[in-house]
Each structure stands twice: as structure tokens, then as C-alpha cells.
Ligand binder design. Structure first.
Ligand code: UD1
Length: 418
């Protein structure tokens, strides 16, 4: 795995462009399986998770080509319904192939998905929804075979607005007989992007972003060209980097209303944020101050993916900030690493109390997961001295050349192979 070495203390200045959204690109690439033809996905970020998704598509019989940020998927040759185990275990989002492959072939065989170690990540909501649509499920150890000669549309009320379950149901429902309604769906922008993609393919889907999504299944879908929306979490990571290190950073091609909960928190901490025609600029010249409780919530609440990143910023703010993690049960593993850098953090279950110290100091730390790793990089940029982040390969799962972008902004960052 890679090691990041960051010499903190440089203020960051400059402009970078928002990368395409990982969490949009992955389900949209999986959705390409639904068309009996060629789709082109533009603005696909160059990430290891995207590479894995392309490998899964190839394993299913699709022809895939990548040219820059464009991925072309010809799904006319889909010849199997089994997602290869080793790729399935590489990343949690591979579970999205379940709905897509079931819709395309009437069967899907998967093993338990992998992904970041941020707590138990069951797929019971996916399973019970597909079961109520008529899928039969046969388990063999940790392998599961889903089978449905004909899926049937129905009303599904999600007990929790799971992003992945909402996407899987949307994908499966495109092939179901009749109408499927998802009540209490996830409302994330990436769900709206998937809806836009499916509609362009010829699917009848409406309601994404609201309280009920309705899908009328059974329409033949064709290949399309689609541009993935900008990544809101990567964007706020660069803004947070400027908040931690000081300076002025602009991210262009962003959609600020999609991360307003994070902007509000950064403003409360003393940063100035201006937004104009997709360009968002964060300026931080003053010392940071603690803010009111940060509670992670489903969209449009504060995103769990930005929790570690904001914690790194507030670790050197004046006063104490309370973080409540409501989405994942084990998402404070970065806190122990921040403590190695001198942070004062008290974790009790789903609550972390962060009392700002005057300045973090560089230290050897370990990236525990994708966003935890990015949070450590943010902390290191504002710290005094050198931080060595081991297992930084996690970062490449979600950030397109984070080190290059940070160097462009004036940071002293190098990446080496361990
Ligand atoms: C997606 C995002 C991830 C983000 C998360 C929450 C992708 C590729 N990943 O993950 O970056 O952090 O949304 O915004 O889009 N749950 C169940 N049973 C289920 C499904 C989920 O109990 O069947 C629970 C999970 O354990 C977790 C919560 O619901 O506690 C949220 O999970 P979910 O919204 O499904 O997240 P993902 O789709 O895995």
C-alpha cells in the first residue's frame, strides 16, 4: 500500500476542478448492464473502485474501454449472472450489481460484499426488498443466489433510507412487471443521478430526491451517454484542507447546494465560503472555533462521509465540538490516529467530543478507511512537522490523485510505495 508523507504548515492557495462523483459513477456503471448495447459514462473519476467495477463488468461479459475520464460499456455480451468473489470482496458498492444483474438475467449470484471497515454493513434491506418483488434466495455459506423468472412491482417501505438498497430496488424494478414504489428512499444527489441515467435509457422512473420513488418496469432499455455529477465529498475535502491549513482554495464545477450542511459547519467554524456559478471558494485567515453538535444524517443532513474530514479541521479549533455518528456504528477509528497527532478526542459509542488543541503535530499514523485516511491528510496539512500516513491506498478508492491536487495548491505531499 502507498504511504503519504506530508510536511504540514503550508497555506493552500489556488483552484482545482471537482472530480466526478464516485458514488454516482459506481451504480451508473452497474446500470449499464441493463441495456442491450453501448453506454458511455463521462466524468468517471480515475479511482481503484471504478477500476474494480469495470473488472466486474468484464467478468459479466461486457466489453469495457476507458479513455481518460470516459468509460464505454458494451453490455450486449452479458453471459453470466455470477459476480466474481474476489472483486465482490474488494468493495462494498459491488452489491449494486445484484439489482442490475437480476434485472438483466433473471439471476444474480454474489458473495458477501467487502468495503471499508466502518461497522457492520448488513444487506438485509436489499434482500427483503428483492424478496418482496418475487426473488427467491438460496444461501450457500456466504454465497447467495437470487432468482426470479419474473420480478413483480410492489410497494416497498424502507425502515432506513439506505443508499445502496434504494439503488438496487430502482435497478431491479426496471425489469419488474408493473409499478414499484419505494417509500422512504435515500434522497442523496447520487440517487437523482441514477434516475437521470435510467430515464435516458428509456426507463420510467420518477420521484428521486423526494419521499417516494416510482418505477414502471418492463420497458426496453438502450445504451446512452451520460455525464456523472461532481463529487460533493471530494469537493468538501479540498475546502476542509484549506480550512485546516489556512489560505484560500476554489473548487470549480461543483454543486454547492449538495453539500450545504458541510459548508454551514465550516462557516460556523470561522471560514468564509463564497459560491458563484459552480465555483466555491473557502478562505480561512482567522483561528478556527468549535461549533454546535455535528450529527451525521441521511441527505440532506450532514454526510457521514465528511465526518472524519470535519473532525480533523476542528481538532485544532478553540473549544469543544460534539460529533454524533448516526449512520455507521464504527466510524471513529480515525480519532485514535488523530490522537497520535496530539488531538484531544473522547469517544463513547456513537459520540465523540473533540476539544481543540493549539496545533496538531506530525506523527506516524495509519489510514483506517477511505474517508478516515482523507481526514488524516487534512489534519496533516494543518499540523506542525511531518506526518507519515501508512495504508494510504484506501485514499485512492475515493480521490483522484489527491496528492497531485494538494501539491497544485501548494502542499508538501509525497507518495511512496510501502
Ligand atoms: C453509501 C455510500 C457511502 C455512504 C453511505 C451513507 C456508495 C457507494 N456508498 O453506502 O459512501 O457513507 O451511503 O451515506 O454510494 N443498512 C442496513 N441494512 C441494509 C443496508 C444498510 O442496516 O440492508 C444500514 C448500514 O449498516 C448503515 C446504514 O444503513 O448503518 C446506511 O447504509 P447505506 O445507506 O446502505 O450505505 P451504502 O449504500 O453502503
Amino acid at each position: 500500500m502507498n504511504v503519504y508523507t506530508i510536511n504540514g504548515g503550508n497555506r493552500l492557495y489556488g483552484e482545482i476542478e471537482a472530480q466526478g462523483a464516485k458514488n454516482s459513477a459506481l451504480p451508473i456503471l452497474a446500470a449499464c448492464v441493463l441495456a442491450d448495447g453501448e453506454s458511455v459514462v463521462e466524468n468517471c473519476p480515475r479511482l481503484s473502485d471504478v477500476d474494480n467495477t469495470v473488472e466486474i463488468l468484464r467478468g459479466l461479459g461486457c466489453k469495457c474501454e476507458r479513455s481518460g475520464s470516459e468509460v464505454t460499456v458494451d453490455a450486449s455480451g452479458v453471459c453470466t449472472s455470477a459476480v466474481p468473489d474476489e472483486l465482490m470482496r474488494e468493495m462494498r458498492s459491488s452489491v449494486i450489481f445484484l439489482g442490475a444483474v437480476l434485472a438483466r438475467t433473471g439471476e444474480a449470484e454474489i458473495c458477501s460484499p467487502g468495503g471499508c471497515e466502518i461497522g457492520r454493513r448488513p444487506i438485509d434491506l436489499h434482500i427483503s426488498a428483492l424478496r418482496s418483488m418475487g426473488a427467491e434466495i438460496v444461501r450457500d455459506g456466504d454465497r447467495m443466489l437470487f432468482r426470479a423468472a419474473k420480478l413483480k412491482g410492489c410497494d416497498i417501505s424502507l425502515a432506513f433510507p439506505s443508499v445502496g438498497a434504494t439503488e438496487n430496488i430502482m435497478l431491479a424494478a426496471t425489469a419488474a412487471e408493473g409499478i414499484t414504489r419505494i417509500h422512504n428512499p435515500a434522497r442523496e444527489p447520487e440517487i437523482c443521478d441514477l434516475q437521470a441515467f435510467l430515464r435516458a435509457m428509456g426507463a420510467r422512473v420518477s420521484g428521486a430526491g423526494g419521499l417516494t420513488i416510482e418505477i414502471e418496469g418492463g420497458h426496453k432499455l438502450h445504451g446512452v451517454r451520460h455525464r456523472v455529477l461532481p463529487d460533493r465529498i471530494a469537493t468538501v475535502t479540498y475546502l476542509a484542507a484549506a480550512a485546516a491549513a489556512g489560505g484560500a482554495v476554489t473548487v470549480s464545477g461543483a454543486r454547492p447546494y449538495q453539500f450545504s450542511a458541510v459548508s454551514a459547519a465550516l462557516r460556523e467554524a470561522g471560514c468564509e465560503i463564497t459560491e458563484r456559478s459552480g465555483r466555491v471558494t473557502l478562505v480561512r485567515h482567522r483561528p478556527l472555533r468549535a461549533i454546535g453538535p455535528v450529527r451525521t444524517m441521511p441527505y440532506p443532513g450532514f454526510p457521514t462521509d465528511a465526518q472524519s474530514i470535519l473532525m480533523s479541521v476542528l481538532a485544532s479549533a478553540e473549544g469543544s465540538t460534539i460529533f454524533v455518528e448516526n449512520i455507521f456504528e464504527n466510524r471513529f477509528r480515525h480519532a485514535g490516529e488523530l490522537e497520535k497527532m496530539g488531538a484531544d478526542i473522547c469517544v463513547e459509542g456513537r459520540v465523540a467530543v473533540v476539544t481543540g488543541v493549539k496545533r496538531l503535530r506530525g506523527a506516524p499514523v495509519v489510514a483506517t478507511d477511505l474517508r478516515g485516511g482523507a481526514g488524516l491528510a487534512v489534519a496533516a496539512l494543518g499540523a506542525e512537522g511531518r506526518t507519515r500516513i501508512e495504508d494510504a491506498g484506501h485514499i485512492a478508492r475515493g480521490y483522484e490523485q489527491l496528492d497531485v491536487a494538494l501539491r497544485t495548491l501548494g502542499a508538501d505531499v509525497t507518495v511512496t510505495e510501502q
